[in-house]
Design a protein around this ligand. Sequence first.
Ligand code: AMP
Length: 170
Amino acid sequence: MKIEKYIRDIQGFPKEGILFKDITPLLINPEARTNCLRILVDSLEGKKIDKVVGAESRGFFFGTLLAQELNAGFVPVRKPKKLPYDTISASYELEYGSDSLEMHTDAIKKGDRVLIHDDVLATGGTAKAVCELVEKLGGEIVQCNFLMELTFLNGREKIKEYPVFAALTY
Ligand code: AMP
């Protein structure tokens, strides 16, 4: 079964010039979802993971499935002011200006082996900020994995010190 069949391209969403990769057809199909999860888990080659860190918001879907499968904790990284407890934050550049992401201060323990997950690796700014948060709390990044990598945006370059895996590349 080819999982690329379950990624829908939406031209011009959320704004002109963007080809949005919609994962809802993948989420709605249990067989495709299981297959995709298997590909992501297999890429870890049995490596022990203590925490899976998912980036808001589409990183939460497969992030929690991965955590369940790996018997690991799940940690949400969120946009500013969404998390209720004490947080640390990291900024990243956008096309115009910058934004930041937050994580709870007690989410990662020193020495935790961490898998970072998001749906799409584009410019790599989001993933880089998530890596910074994990390392601030002393976590060890085992892999950054994605459902898709948009290779023409060179996101891999921003997180080149970590192993990177993407189930699909465009
Ligand atoms: P970046 O920080 O540029 O690597 O962007 C990655 C984040 O933006 C991820 O959380 C994605 O969900 C989202 N994203 C970026 N480009 C796309 C795209 N073409 N389709 C869907 N989501 C995208």
